[in-house]
Ligand binder design. Sequence first.
Ligand SMILES: Nc1ncnc2c1ncn2[C@@H]1O[C@H](COP(=O)(O)OP(=O)(O)OP(=O)(O)O)[C@@H](O)[C@H]1O
Ligand SMILES: [Mg+2]
Length: 266
Amino acid sequence: MNVITVNHLSVTGKQNRIVNDISFKIQEGEWFALVGQSGSGKSMTASAIGQLLSPNLQATGEIKYAGSNLLALTPSEMRKIRGKHLSYIFQDYQGSFTPFLTIGRHFEEYQQRHLDLSKTARKQQAKQALVSVGLSEDIYTRYPVQLSGGQLQRVSIAIALLLKPDLLIADEPTAALDSVTSFKVLELLSQLQAETGCAILFITHDLRHVRKYADRIAVMKDGVIIETGNKDQILNHPKNPYTELLINSSPSLRTMLSLSIEGVIR
Ligand SMILES: Nc1ncnc2c1ncn2[C@@H]1O[C@H](COP(=O)(O)OP(=O)(O)OP(=O)(O)O)[C@@H](O)[C@H]1O
Ligand SMILES: [Mg+2]
């Protein structure tokens, strides 16, 4: 079954069309990668799904989720879905944290908006979530600046998956991390996906990550999806010359192989 169905989505600015009539579906529990060069419209697509576009941009078409068109929801209807059924992690995860609030307070914000739990239960749930992403419970009382980039991105993942969303949108989630930490964070994401059954819309430049984790891939160029298919089809038998170019110009698989030899990844 499809978690989300995007039909003829366009995102338009004052002067130009940034995303141009794209359609794709993401199935339950699937890891769906959206790839393409910088500026091709990947983040615009991700933002349009959760009504997170800047006010100067307009999205048209249809994004079907649980019988509703997400583009037609009011902001308050959308807030009930975002964070609960549909959540995000971003490359700029540091920007998602408020420096003067503890990690615990960041959890509280989501829990109070979407759950009816006692303070003690909220605290226990948050601490369990921290442990589930490989962090210690006492991070709950720390401030964002007291954590490393990798730890903070793990906290983002814990918060994003706290309410067991149907779809996690991960926009370049590891682009600001070193390659060893990136692989560890993605391994964690893959493990949590298997546990929670959520689907992932994974946006990346790094085809090594796509090769390792994706089930299906869509390739975007100049606001248009030029090719969609399963991983083997796209990476080993691309039909579009641009897809082939993208594959040939991606970073070598050497790092991936050496990490696997060192036992960092399997
Ligand atoms: N607020 C805005 N108003 C008008 N155009 C914008 C706005 N934000 C981004 N754009 C343009 O939209 C296009 C697509 O941007 P988008 O951020 O989706 O690219 P991307 O594929 O995510 O690239 P990257 O891989 O670098 O993150 C770019 O040409 C960008 O300059
Ligand atoms: Mg982007």
